[in-house]
Design a protein around this ligand. Structure first.
Ligand SMILES: [Zn+2]
Length: 261
């Protein structure tokens, strides 16, 4: 760069600085809500960890900080893809109000890529949590030790940080909501999603599950929600608003201005 070219560049810099100062009040009155990638509902995005094969596990932050915290998780088992459409619909829809919501649409990205229940090392993530862990083999392979998988550790860290009041963990295909624990809340979820109320009995394979670990460790409540093998498109479309309703939340509004439609 020559001396001659430096002076005009500095003047341009000063002009730009003056312009940004002039624009500052306008910037300050813009809504605080950020909308990454054109998602008006999204107020934040966090990579909570990586899978065995290095795929990012993404949590999307919706709703409003300071409201009750709720976490929704789907595709913990890679071959149970339907509930993801509910979470994607929330992420891609209108701004959400009256709940501080985190969603993890693809918790097991390796399993999802390979259409497999388990992670890339063949571990069932829902048997790998460090509470009542047991050595299980076959399709419930629980890993070489408790929390051996990076996906498990990522979710443990995330849930410990967020400390949600409620976690809904979506699965398929058992078609029901277990109402054994916290029956009033669990019944509300079952009714909202038009699912039977059951007492899911997983016999000897219920060890080291995420919900068991969470319910043992935190004050909040984690509930497994089992959709059927092939839920109808109409049910999946209705589910996002019905789930929000369970938590007294709703969505809508224009440019960050809350409005009930
Ligand atoms: Zn499952």
């Amino acid at each position: 760069m020559t001396r001659l070219s430096r002076a005009p560049r500095r003047r341009r810099g000063l002009l730009a600085a003056a312009l940004s100062l002039a624009l500052l009040p306008a910037v300050l009155v813009l809504p605080a809500r950020a909308a990454p990638d054109g998602h008006p509902a999204v107020i934040g995005r966090r990579v909570i960890g990586h899978s065995v094969q290095g795929r990012p596990i993404v949590a999307w932050h919706l709703g409003e900080s300071g409201k009750p915290k709720v976490v929704l998780i789907s595709v913990m088992h890679g071959n149970e893809p339907a509930p993801r459409r509910i979470l994607d619909n929330l992420r891609d829809g209108q701004p959400v109000h009256d709940v501080n919501l985190w969603i993890v649409p693809v918790y097991n990205p390796d399993g999802f890529a390979h259409r497999s229940r388990r992670d890339a090392r063949g571990v069932d993530l829902n048997r790998n949590y460090p509470y009542k862990w047991a050595r299980l083999t076959g399709s419930y392979y629980s890993g070489r030790k408790p929390a051996s998988e990076p996906e498990t550790r990522a979710m443990m860290k995330f849930l410990a940080k967020v400390k949600p009041a409620y976690v809904l963990s979506f699965h398929q295909p058992l078609h029901g909501v277990d109402i054994t624990a916290r029956p009033a809340f669990s019944r509300r979820v079952a009714r909202a999603l038009d699912l039977p109320m059951t007492h899911l009995n997983c016999g000897s394979s219920c060890h080291g599950t995420m919900t068991m670990w969470f319910n043992h460790k935190f004050a909040g409540f984690a509930l497994t929600v089992e959709l059927g093998p092939s839920p109808s498109a109409a049910k999946l479309r209705a589910a996002p608003d019905r789930i929000l309703h369970v938590f007294g939340a709703w969505r809508g509004g224009v440019q960050g201005i809350a409005r009930r439609d």
